[in-house]
Ligand binder design. Structure first.
Ligand code: PMV
Length: 378
């Protein structure tokens, strides 16, 4: 039926990394220099809702609208996601000979997304956005793909998006270990393993995907306070910032080759043991280390501002007053803070932030709020 409109809708949550992704070893396939680990936030607070539709009756080309504004989707990232999804649908169609499937893969797509938080404010809108886009189209195409397989596609839209296909605590494995092309962690460590003897695998991104470390219910009293210091679009995009850091920072090689691999293992163990002290220390150190590599970039990149630094002091003051670590800050490629804490310390942490920062410049009390960690999709 040529007039029929096929449709699927889904939502995807925001995730905030506690071990940061920063640096691409392959910008085309969007392969990271190091693994990363994140916590998925509650969809009730921060999420993207996406509807994908296709029909033989739609005039081409494909289109995407975010919060009502038409987007340019000619860029390689969105094109890569749509091409991979179409290829999988086309394979399904060609293998269903007795009862043929409608050839949705050849129809123009219309995709519409709505965020319930500021877009591109350093609040990981691209993560939720690409995760929702990929899952909406996969649902529309009725692909039998697992969340891990979809994460491999979403990764090519925005790296951090691959982690938003799962709820709870999620690792994105860099992949490519032992593959041809010196894919050992970080710079300098590659020794061309596989150059002789066994045939070398290509570092094609097939093993660079997200997996769940633990579901949200494993550590149900984890909370996150989001402090929206600025809802403006960020100054230096994550892609441009990463490229500059990889090209010029001397600290970065140590981060990627040594610090992150060690912290990935320690963070996994901290989460599995529900060890908040270890989780918090690693979270803060990794955020500071990531921002140190930004400062070490030439020219330097400043994502934190005075309000961000005030938020760090508030966390330090709370922890000092209590005599143990009950709150942990982390910052992405922007000035907004995310503060992790346990539910038992809700009034202390959230209350102190309200009292200390309620009148700070750029601080919006309406937007500073506690969000729960939830189960997400899987
Ligand atoms: O997914 P991207 O390309 O927007 O990069 C995200 C980078 C950070 O948010 C700073 C860190 C992370 O792991 O999410």
């Amino acid at each position: 039926d040529d007039q029929k409109i096929y449709r699927a809708s889904t939502t995807a949550p925001v995730n905030i990394a506690v071990i940061k992704y920063w640096g691409k070893r392959d910008p085309t396939l969007n392969l990271p220099t190091n693994s990363s680990l994140s916590v998925t936030l509650s969809q009730a607070d921060l999420r993207t809702h996406t509807t994908a539709a296709c029909s033989a009756s739609f005039p081409g080309p494909d289109s995407l609208v975010i919060n009502g504004a038409p987007q340019d989707i000619s860029g390689p990232r969105t094109q890569a996601c749509l091409r991979l999804l179409r290829e999988q649908r086309a394979a399904l169609e060609s293998s269903s000979s007795p009862a043929p499937l409608p050839s949705l893969s050849s129809f123009p797509l219309r995709i519409a997304s709505v965020n319930n938080f500021p877009t591109a404010a350093g609040l990981a809108s691209s993560a939720a956005g690409f995760a929702a886009l990929v899952r909406a189209v996969a649902d529309l195409y009725q692909l039998p793909a697992s969340p891990a397989e979809l994460s491999r596609i979403a990764r090519q839209g925005s790296g951090s998006a691959c982690r938003s296909l799962f709820g709870g605590y999620v690792a994105w494995e860099r992949g490519g270990e032992g593959a041809a092309g010196g894919a050992e962690a970080g710079a300098g460590a590659g020794t061309g393993a596989g150059a002789e003897g066994a045939q070398a695998r290509a570092d094609d991104g097939s093993d660079s995907l997200a997996t769940q470390v633990a579901p949200a219910g494993h550590w149900p009293d984890m909370r996150a306070l989001i402090l929206v210091v600025s809802a403006d679009k960020k100054g230096v995009s994550s892609t441009a910032g990463m490229q500059a850091t990889v090209a010029t920072s001397e600290l970065f090689a140590t981060r990627a080759a040594t610090l992150v691999p060690r912290r990935m293992a320690q963070m996994r163990a901290a989460i599995l043991a529900r060890d908040f002290d270890a989780f918090a220390r690693l979270t803060m150190r990794d955020s500071n280390n990531f921002h140190a590599t930004c400062l070490d970039t030439e020219p330097p990149i400043f994502y934190l501002n005075d309000v961000s630094r005030a938020a760090i002091r508030v966390v330090e003051d709370i922890n000092k007053a209590v005599g143990r670590i009950v709150a942990a800050y982390t910052f992405d490629a922007g000035p907004n803070a995310v503060v992790y804490y346990l539910a038992e310390n809700e009034s202390l942490v959230a209350g102190t932030f309200k009292a200390d920062m309620g009148s700070a410049a750029g601080w919006d009390t309406e937007r500073g709020r506690a969000v729960q960690i939830n189960g997400g999709a899987a």
